[in-house]
Design a protein around this ligand. Sequence first.
Ligand code: SAH
Length: 214
Amino acid sequence: MRQDTFRHQGLRRQMVAALQKKGITDKTVLEAMNTVPRHLFIGTALESRAYDDVALMIDCEQTISHPSTVAMQTQLLDVHPRMKVLEIGTGSGYQTAVLSTLGATVFTIERQKDLYNKTSQLLRELGYRAQCFYGDGFQGLPGEYHRIIVTCGAPEVPEALMRQLKVGGIMVIPLGDGEQEMLRITKHGEDRSEWQTERFGTYSFVPMLNGKVI
Ligand code: SAH
């Protein structure tokens, strides 16, 4: 088992200080990111860059998002303990671990079978109690969620996800092809006219794609 050394902890504190400089103010988010050992969600070859503000390659030609992107999405999501949170795009599991650390009950979906297998095992080994699913995030997951976070670039806001979002709930989703605009949608009521959209700048995610990959 790989270790979380004092050196890693020191680098993590520096990462958090850098996030504060970049405008992340939510203390619970900063504390969670100070806790989760990001280097354990990255292959050993790239471990030395784990606490830089960079996106890094993981398996299946996917990426772990920049720490500043994870911080921003998590801050926008406004998570509180015991909320049911649905994440689309498990990837490395780092965002999943941050959400779990905030006390949320996390459900996370990944379309790549290999990533699903590897990451669900890693999260278990590290003691995070998220529920991992192998499936297509466009369909979401049966049930109702207080919060939904999409961590891949979505071509549209999936209908199924808007249905599965509770009234009063928040969805954070990067929308667009190539580059995405970060949207926060608050579902004030069942009717579309009661969905409020706010915009939070441009990001670059791997695409949200249809169907599962074996
Ligand atoms: N939250 C992740 C981000 C990984 S990158 C992390 O912290 O590492 C985005 C992930 O979304 C990739 O693993 C990709 O395979 C996955 N993805 C893309 N389209 C998807 C879909 N329709 N359903 C589920 N996962 C999807």
